[in-house]
Design a protein. Sequence first.
Length: 333
Amino acid sequence: MSAAIRVRTFAPAMVPELVDLWNTAAGKWFPLRERLFRQNAIDDPHFDPAGCIVAIGVDSDRAVGFCLAKVAGVPLGADGLRADRGWISMLAVLPDRQRSGIGTALLRAAEAFLRDRGRRRFVLGTGPAHFFPGVPDLLGTAPFFQSCEYVLRGHAYDLWRPLDGYRTPAAVAETVAAHPDLEIRALRPGEEAALLAFLDATFPGAWRYTAAHFLDGGGPIGDFMALVGGGAVLGFAHVFPPDAHWIGPSIAWAAPAGAEGPASKRVGGLGPMGISPALRGRGLGLALLDRAMVHLAAAGAAEMFVDWTVLLDFYGKLGFVPYRRYHHGERQI
């Protein structure tokens, strides 16, 4: 570590200070709420306090930077423990202390935490209860991570569109009418097992894990839209209304009123969605997306985000446009 800093063991009392630090460094584009930090960090079953490394300035006794690293602490569905990889979830340094070696020192300390737990692949973002799907273009940190031997490749996007005035396109309505044996609706209490059975069969990895974790934590089954036929769930879409029980990734960085870009507090979001392979190619995915949009609008959302996707053409059919872009970043040793 730099001679101008020392490392302090993370303690829950630090949370407000770290949230303020993040917002000073990156809050213009990614305003961090304390509730989100608690949810995705200290309350997450994969959180280890030793993986939250805090740099303290010796001249001020204040936190000047921190880095959060995670390893899987419980099985992630069919993906198991992902024993080869660990995740660098967040890294921030106060603007007046940047370019002094603090960020590099924090990153190397986080890598040491991961390496000590048998990890040999260090992934930027992603992972359980992730804050980002990769390295955000908006923060301009790609050159820093490349200088630290991370390989950046590919793109993922967050998408956005307003919901005010949205109407179901005629072609989507025709698709729904052509499948009278299927319902597209919010799931109801008692249908939790049907949802998990569908995910076990079709998306048994992280999506299944996240849905079960959400339900186990008291999340309402009604926050899942679904294709339902013959008493079985045949497709799903996890939605996050403005008063969401859990802050999903799509609404994690919803801008406060007055911020640049889409700025309404009446924000809804879409998490993962997918349908049974037997039903693909019929336009039902678009119909499910449409119903999710109508559902969120009825819940009070004036705008909607979709996180972590490369399917620009698919979502573009219903008016979604790119809002943020990310690069996958990884280092292997």
